[in-house]
Design a protein around this ligand. Structure first.
Ligand SMILES: C[S@@+](CC[C@H](N)C(=O)[O-])C[C@H]1O[C@@H](n2cnc3c(N)ncnc32)[C@H](O)[C@@H]1O
Length: 373
């Protein structure tokens, strides 16, 4: 069948450069290795974020987004069930084999979680009375039950590491890619907070959509005197987060994990000075994005900082993605179009935020920071 050939080649396409074979990979600025952005072992250094060094594309957004003929064609293909099923399987296989080629032992990492005592954490973390928003119950990321399964939870860390290597293919290792991606994000947050909230120390942090706790742990390491809370809709992801944290060196302030909807957390108003929403909004429909931003505004104290990081339509790499890869991407991310059509600056402004600042903190992702007046 004609489909099998591109699918068999998916892994090769995704691997190494992570974008189209014909597309030029963004290179580090001449004479400046990627590592300038963050020393491999140091995400806390105070070097400044290299603004504007990651290249933006010429378009407002990629041609495969929104109501363009190309986008409609991709959407029609994805809606054709037999094609979608093949695509989903191919996508999953390609993700795993690409990760393993990049020395991320995907299957081994998942096996270790699935064979651990992680299941014990579920009962004390799960809020049985939580009502899930409709969008969260869709098939997602090639999992029929979306994020509400042990398999998705067990594979989340490997999947997250893969994002970093795909974003920064020139990094010498996945670890380095991850340090650059997270290091630049943390520095953007620190710089924003220092510039606009200098009198306010960061002592209460909320990480909305914390998944298995990777972003939460980065925040807790960066701000060790702060009390940090990770919040997510998936009790399975939170169970993995808690299980991992229990097996890690103890902290002065243990991370608190909450099973709740970030759109309506039930937490007290003005109780945080930093709210992070990392790699969440591309998974949400537009109405949920607005609600998440409004809830973050309610939860922050005056002078508090919102930090939102996610993929951006401005990214040159995304604008030049090959047809096979953007079809694949759209097939596993049902709300990507809604996110890409949302004006995030305007959404933040309407919620009441000021000092809205956007920085490409790696070739694919933008960190948007803003202050509650
Ligand atoms: C890609 S993961 C986030 C990764 C993590 N923040 C990091 O940086 O490593 C997206 C997460 O958002 C969560 N999520 C989606 N909608 C949510 C909502 N309304 N409230 C809370 N969490 C949500 C999902 O369950 C998922 O764990």
């Amino acid at each position: 069948m004609a489909l099998s050939s591109p699918l068999q080649n998916l892994s090769a396409l995704i691997s190494a450069k992570g974008n189209a074979t014909a597309v030029a990979t963004p290179r580090p600025p001449r004479g400046r290795p990627w590592a300038v952005h963050a020393a491999a072992s140091d995400t806390t250094a105070s070097a400044s974020v290299q603004m504007g060094e990651y290249e933006e594309g010429k378009l407002e957004r990629p041609k495969w987004v929104g109501e363009t003929p190309l986008s409609r064609l991709v959407q029609a293909l994805i809606s054709f069930k037999p094609f979608y099923s093949v695509l989903k399987l191919g996508a999953r296989r390609a993700l795993i084999s690409t990760a393993e080629k990049n020395n991320i032992p995907w299957r081994q990492m998942a096996k270790e979680i699935l064979e651990s005592e992680v299941y014990r954490e579920l009962d004390n973390i799960q809020n049985q009375s939580l009502v899930y928003p409709d969008y969260y119950l869709n098939p997602f990321h090639a999992y029929d039950e979306g994020n509400l399964t042990w398999l998705a939870a067990a594979e989340a860390e490997a999947a997250t590491l893969s994002i970093a290597k795909r974003a920064i293919p020139d990094a010498s290792s996945t670890q380095e890619a991850n340090q650059i991606l997270r290091g630049n994000w943390l520095r953007a947050i620190e710089q924003h907070h220092m510039q606009y909230s200098e009198s306010s120390v960061i002592n209460d942090i909320l990480d909305i959509g914390c998944s298995v706790g990777i972003s939460t742990r980065y925040l807790a390491d960066k701000f060790p005197t702060a009390k940090v809370t990770g919040l997510d809709l998936s009790p399975y992801f939170l169970a993995v987060a808690q299980h991992k944290e229990k097996n890690a060196p103890p902290r002065k302030f243990p991370i608190r994990w909450i099973h709740a909807n970030g759109e309506d957390t039930g937490l007290p108003s003005k109780s945080f000075n930093l709210v992070s929403i990392a790699f969440v909004v591309h998974e949400c429909p537009a109405r949920a994005i607005v609600n998440l931003v409004r809830e973050a505004f309610r939860l922050l104290r005056p002078g508090g900082t919102l930090a939102l990081v996610d993929s951006t339509t401005k990214s040159k790499v995304l604008q030049e993605l090959s047809p096979v890869l953007f079809t694949l991407l759209k097939s596993t991310e049902p709300f990507l179009d809604e996110y890409y059509l949302t004006d995030m600056d305007e959404t933040l402004r309407e919620a009441g935020f000021g000092n809205i600042t956007s920085i490409l903190t790696d070739p694919r992702h933008v960190t948007i920071t803003a202050t509650v007046p």
